[in-house]
Write a protein that binds this ligand. Structure first.
Ligand code: RB5
Length: 151
């Protein structure tokens, strides 16, 4: 699995923690920025990473900002992206098994390193359960088709 990482300044330190973990585990990833010491707009860096998932170059993304919220809002503007801010083990598991999340959004100002690592592990290990959840995701896809028409 190839994972695209990106952060703003508020998510940078947590991104580095997760990048170290992915390296240790031998999981393929690329960091689309920002770099250390920069002050940036989360949307610019989230979009860089998410475009790679939309194009199929990367399988999933993990995005970091202060809360995880801005990154999720921006990422969910892209077709096919299911971006989920997660804040504990339960939401991490449900985001995969129920929502089929392909973009995890984490808040550097709200999560401890330990909790963020636990969330990432759960998010990587769990699979979508399909069944009734697939029906719901398909309805969301219909909404996307209806509302995200390119002009
Ligand atoms: C940056 O100050 C902060 O607004 C950003 O990291 C994020 O939390 C936005 O949702």
């Amino acid at each position: 699995m190839k994972i695209a990482l990106a952060s703003d300044h508020a998510g940078y330190d947590l991104k580095m923690v997760i990048a170290r973990y992915l390296s240790q585990e031998g999981i393929d990833f690329f960091d689309f920025g920002c770099g250390a010491g920069e002050s940036v707009d989360y949307v610019d860096y989230g979009a860089k990473a998410i475009r790679q998932v939309v194009s199929g170059e990367f399988d999933r993304a993990i995005l970091f900002c202060g809360t995880g919220l801005g990154m999720a809002i921006a990422a969910n503007k892209f077709p096919g992206i299911i971006a989920t801010p997660c804040w504990n083990e339960f939401t991490a598991k449900a985001s995969r098994t129920h929502n089929n999340s392909n973009c995890l959004c984490l808040g550097g100002r709200v999560l401890s390193e330990e909790l963020a690592l636990a969330i990432v592990k759960i998010w990587l290990e769990n699979e979508f359960e399909s069944g009734r959840h697939e029906r719901r995701i398909n309805k969301i896809k219909e909404l996307e088709k209806e509302n995200f028409k390119k002009t």
